[in-house]
Design a protein around this ligand. Structure first.
Ligand SMILES: [Zn+2]
Length: 138
């Protein structure tokens, strides 16, 4: 099978998805931290897998995973061209996610993974549940 999407188009699409997703999701989560009076978070961690937020005192690492890139089942929209490419890419991400979680857990980190879609208001209860360790420990 030949590639329909050329390399340039592909990296353009990827960078666009990635950059818009990252900024807005992180900001949303920060405002939720404020809402819940959760303090002590740090960004830009050098830990394996580069968690989006860490709480060094409590050894809690938070990842916000984009539903598309990390294969959340809420998201059915795979681009119609180059399906093999996207599927492989997403499968690799999923595998890496679980390896990273395992690694950090072995180092006694408590890993919290939040789906991008869970930042929506209608899923607030799921989110609060996931953030529970932070609300009770801090
Ligand atoms: Zn999702």
């Amino acid at each position: 099978m030949t590639d329909i999407v050329d390399e340039q188009t592909r990296s353009y699409v990827m960078s666009r998805v990635r950059s818009t997703q990252n900024k807005s999701t992180e900001l949303k989560l920060i405002s939720i931290f404020k809402e819940l009076n959760i303090k002590g978070w740090r960004r830009g961690s050098k830990l394996k897998g580069k968690p989006d937020f860490i709480f060094p005192k409590n050894k809690i690492a938070i990842f916000v995973d984009g539903c598309f890139w990390h294969g959340h089942e809420c998201r059915k929209s795979i681009p119609q061209t180059n399906i093999d490419y996207w599927m492989t890419k997403i499968a690799k991400n999923k595998l890496r996610d679980s390896e990273v979680s395992q690694y950090l857990q072995n180092k006694k980190w408590n890993v919290i993974r939040i789906w991008e879609c869970e930042l929506k208001k209608k899923h607030r209860e799921i989110l609060y549940q996931k953030l529970q360790p932070l609300i009770t420990q801090l």
